[in-house]
Design a protein around this ligand. Sequence first.
Ligand code: PGA
Length: 261
Amino acid sequence: MVYHRPRVIIGNWKMHKTVEEAIAFVRNFLSAYQANKKEKIGLAVPYTAIQSLTKELGEKTTSLMIGAQNMNDCSEGAFTGEIAGRMLTEAGAQFVLLGHSERRRYFGENDALINRKIKKAVDSGLHPVLCVGETETEHNDGQTEKIIEKQLTDGLKGISPVQLKNLMIAYEPVWAIGTGKNATPEEAQSVHCFCRQILSGLLTEEIALTIVILYGGSVLSSNAESLLKQPDIDGLLIGGASLSLESFLQIVNDDSSKLEK
Ligand code: PGA
């Protein structure tokens, strides 16, 4: 079965950019981006910038989605410093990154918590982007598939395939994030293909074929094209290179001119 998934490129700004800087970026981005109907661009921005950016976008474009980088697994409550999915939806967020390796490593998030967050994101009307990936030690020990299978299976436990129709997966080898090291396009393709097999088992093949799987970890304009050529790499999650308008535009504009695989 051949299924044409949309191309999705998401910038993950992490803890960068004030509201003023974010608005300036988006204005300049929109004036230079060569939009293409087959491609969607997302920006996972700091909480403070979500509402201002969605207001700034207004009706201007449907190809640029604004999202968050995390959320709590409860709807409300005495959780100082946390944010609920429904607050993100109200602010205009369309998607939320969950289980990013920095959340797992620095904030102790495990698969059970990430699973509850995905459920709450779906209930709140957000598209969850479940991030998975093995550490360098796990990679060197040949544990990649075992780790990815566990993160996908536990992360998606108890959620019906229908609820997951807007799910995206981001495969980000932890050893490639912010390090300048890369998985080769062939290595990344093999893990993406493995993810799709696991998703087929969890959600049915029909649904697995519709799920967008992004690759992330030191993506630059110099390696984006060779990654995107791979049949199971449907898009990119870009950290460092999404912070500069020039490098982000270079990746997305280059890509939208060569969308066919
Ligand atoms: P990087 O980050 O592109 O800077 O490696 C990717 C990510 O953490 O999502």
